[in-house]
Design a protein. Structure first.
Length: 541
């Protein structure tokens, strides 16, 4: 009796044992090759971390580069060498593409941190520029200020009239602050949105001056210090934006004899009336130098020296330029070196006043009366970015420091029979690396964020004495015997420091978001801002 297939009238029989199978052969995925790629990636990562040491920027590179390259190689393995069926390979690539598209659909890139880590935000959330536009649409645009008989603004010893303060050293001299924040926390006086930008504040009398981006216009803004109310605003049709750091101006205004001197990110140098915001004169220093804009925009704050304002346009046709501070007429232009992002400053060596400029190739000294370049000390790093302000020490030696794999040095500058000599008393490669945060000198020691970690450096011995406290790439000011640290995440920390140790006393979260702007303490008030918001706190005794 024969078996019949239930769905057929034909008899059914088992295939012969020796009849070949018509099914497709089994495909074996070459997982061992994927394992080798993963192992190589892990080895490269740990080797990179060994190379990076405690350098946070290098640690980020040591993380991103091996895993990014490893991911690319793993994708190539899956598509070309995995041995999986082609349909399975295409499905895998499709799932990856859908996941990437979903992520990009949900999130937008908002630049990166100081250690190159990318920052993202939900696409449907308002941007900082949306919030500040809405705020000032609802709020009054500031009291209308008459351009006539508005009076003058006098700078006193109690003011913070420029980047770094009265003495350009990030040291508060006008008042002490209370330290008992746990029992008597800082009182918030006001808070509001602010346009993007990395400028700090100049604080003179009852007013604050800063720069920010307002849509397609670059703005110099005067606020009332006690309330945050906008007093006046000057706008120029300019917008600068780079992918890592975002939009907005970078330099801090300088206040001198009732004038505001501001330098925008595209090179617009303004001289404005401090009480009204009325324009006195304007120049684009990049165009005037016949140069091109440097990668992250013009950043150095204007320097007033005598009857000129000195700025750094960059490029090969004029590193340092001086304009008449009252008329804007060009007085002189120095020899060219590629500019970077430190502010010009004046120091005197062997009786000769000089403009110090940290350029991409090193530290340069220019005659302050003519702009002629007198000397150059070669000093660079893997990115050719020298940003932290040089510190002129009491004996007229100069301390310099750079991040991005740099280090620090102490230089003796003197004039010999055959010209100027720059002799390093010591150099410390890959030690005490100030990135874009300044150092503070006190009694033979410099304090600052060494690649994001608070540290103390002995400038006499050329060695670090301690290092602790990961605050990342924020900023510091000194008040009395304490450092006030604003971390990269907007937290404010009070740290008691000595050459032998550091002790964290108190802290509070002041603002949210990436905070690279320098804080200001003036008349007992702390002003903290970033590219999103600004807040004022009472720290008075």
């Amino acid at each position: 009796m024969t078996n019949e297939h239930p769905e057929s009238d034909q008899p059914y029989s088992e295939p012969a044992a020796d009849q070949p199978s018509t099914s497709a052969p089994e495909r074996r995925i070459r997982w061992w090759l994927a394992g080798l790629i993963l192992a190589a990636t892990v080895i490269a990562y740990f080797a990179g971390m060994q190379w990076a040491g405690d350098d946070l920027s290098k640690q980020s590179l040591a993380t991103v580069i091996p895993w990014f390259l490893g991911s690319i190689v793993m994708l190539l393995w899956w598509v070309l060498l995995s041995g999986a069926r082609w349909g399975t390979r295409f499905k895998g690539v499709g799932v990856l593409a859908l996941g990437l598209a979903g992520f990009l659909g949900l999130f937008r890139w908002e630049g990166q941190g100081g250690n190159f880590v990318p920052h993202f935000a939900f696409r449907f959330s308002p941007t900082a520029e949306d919030r500040v536009a809405e705020y000032f649409d609802k709020a009054a645009e500031g009291t209308a200020v008459s351009s006539e008989n508005a009076g003058t603004l006098k700078v006193t010893d109690s003011d913070w009239p420029r980047f770094g303060g009265a003495n350009k050293d990030q040291i508060v001299t006008d008042a002490a602050i209370r330290r008992d924040w746990d029992t008597n926390p800082p009182k918030e006086l006001w808070r509001q949105p602010i346009g993007p930008g990395w400028s700090s504040f100049a604080a003179v009398g009852d007013y604050l001056f800063t720069q920010e981006q307002r849509g397609e216009e670059e703005a110099v803004v005067c606020y009332e210090a006690a309330t945050g109310k906008q007093h006046w605003i000057h706008k120029d049709a300019a917008r600068f934006q780079d992918a890592p750091s975002g939009a907005g101006p970078r330099a801090t205004p300088t206040i001198h004899e009732s004038h505001v001197y501001s330098l925008g990110a595209t090179g617009i140098l303004n001289c404005l009336d401090a009480m009204t915001g009325k324009q006195v004169w304007q120049k684009n220093i990049v165009d005037d130098a016949g140069s091109s804009l440097i990668m992250y925009g013009t950043t150095g704050s204007p320097l007033i020296y005598g009857d000129v304002v000195i700025v750094n346009p960059g490029g090969s046709t004029g590193t340092v330029t001086a304009y008449d501070r009252l008329t804007g007429e060009k007085r002189w232009a120095g020899d060219g070196d590629p500019a970077v992002y430190a502010s010009p400053q004046v120091a005197e060596f062997d009786g000769v006043p000089q403009v110090l400029v940290f350029c991409s190739t090193g530290l340069c000294g220019h005659d302050a009366s003519s702009g002629d370049k007198l000397w150059t000390f070669p000093w660079t790093n893997m990115t050719k970015l020298n940003i932290a302000q040089p510190i002129v020490l009491p004996d007229n030696t100069v301390f310099i420091s750079s991040g991005y794999g740099g280090g620090c040095a102490r230089l003796n500058i003197s004039k010999g029979d055959e010209g100027w000599n720059v002799d390093p008393q010591w150099t410390a490669p890959d030690r005490f690396r100030l990135k874009f945060n300044g150092g503070i000198y006190r009694d033979g020691f410099v304090y600052g964020l060494d690649e994001g970690i608070l540290a103390c450096f002995d400038v006499e011995q050329g060695k670090r004495t301690w290092k602790r406290g990961r605050y990342h790439f924020g900023q510091v000011v000194m008040v009395g015997d304490d450092l006030l640290v604003v971390t990269e995440s907007g937290k404010v920390v009070l740290v008691e420091i000595t050459p032998k140790k550091a002790k964290e006393i108190a802290s509070f979260q002041a603002i949210e978001g990436k905070t690279w702007n320098h804080p200001v303490v003036n008349r007992g008030r702390l002003y903290v801002r970033n590219a999103e918001e600004v807040a004022c706190f009472d720290l008075s005794m």
